[in-house]
Each structure stands twice: as structure tokens, then as C-alpha cells.
Write a protein that binds this ligand. Structure first.
Ligand code: 5GP
Ligand code: ZN
Length: 118
């Protein structure tokens, strides 16, 4: 069924607490934790607890969870103190865009100059 935990999915395991992570926020539908290889002083991943392979499939399959991920991303930025200076929310989608974990996730990046790319 859409959204069901996948046995070999790293982020399903983090959501279930089976693999440890530095969790910074949690709700009934989302978990936010620090990226293991941070690309900026603040680099937090926000995931839905439900398994969808990417952001587009999440939005189509569970729009409320997709909205919750976005809301939590903004709350992470506030909590981390980067909301005032600016931050990025990135959803890599597909291997060609650099997606390596196929459980939808938002990268929240801040705390350094982020003017590169778009
Ligand atoms: P993607 O490349 O799919 O957009 O992002 C996956 C992110 O997950 C990468 O930035 C990577 O550093 C992070 N990551 C991979 N494995 C782990 C892990 O076991 N724990 C945490 N906290 N982050 C991870
Ligand atoms: Zn998953």
C-alpha cells in the first residue's frame, strides 16, 4: 500500500528509531534530523514517516504529509536560527539530480552563503 514502510529503506528505519539519528524535531507525521555529511552549518533532513520515493510522489499520495514536511522545514530553520539570514529547502528528485536515498526528504540548508545555482 502507498506510504507503507519499506524493509530496506534507510529513512524508514530512522523514522522507526531502528537506526539512530540526531533528531531535532518530531511530529506524528514527520521527523527532522541532522544530515550525516553536512554541506552547511545547518543541514537538517525533514522526512515524512510514510514511505514515498520522492517529493512528487509524496505530494500526490499524501498532500497533508507533504505540507507537513514543508511546514516542519520552516520550523527547523527558525529553531536553528537561520530563518532570518535565509535558508534553502531542497528536494533532490531522481539520480540525475543527486538523489541517493529514495524516501522523500527535504534538505534544510542555512548558516552560510547560498547564492550558488538558482
Ligand atoms: P539525497 O542525496 O538523497 O538528496 O540526500 C540524502 C542525504 O542523506 C545525504 O545528504 C546524506 O548525507 C544523508 N544520509 C545518508 N545516510 C545517512 C544516515 O545514515 N544518517 C543521516 N543522518 N543522514 C544520512
Ligand atoms: Zn522509506
Amino acid at each position: 500500500m502507498a506510504g507503507e514502510a519499506q524493509p530496506d529503506c534507510l529513512f524508514c528505519k530512522i523514522a522507526a528509531g531502528e537506526i539512530p539519528a540526531q533528531v531535532v524535531r518530531e511530529t506524528d507525521t514527520t521527523v527532522a534530523f541532522r544530515d550525516i555529511a553536512p554541506k552547511a552549518p545547518t543541514h537538517v533532513l525533514v522526512i515524512p514517516r510514510a514511505h514515498y520515493p520522492d517529493a512528487g510522489e509524496l505530494a500526490a499520495g499524501d498532500p497533508r504529509a507533504a505540507a507537513a514536511v514543508l511546514h516542519e522545514a520552516a520550523l527547523v530553520a527558525e529553531q536553528e536560527g537561520v530563518a532570518g539570514t535565509g535558508y534553502r529547502i531542497i528536494f533532490n528528485t531522481g539520480e540525475g539530480a543527486g538523489q541517493t536515498v529514495f524516501h522523500a526528504h527535504a534538505h534544510v540548508l542555512g548558516g552560510r552563503d547560498l547564492h550558488q545555482l538558482v
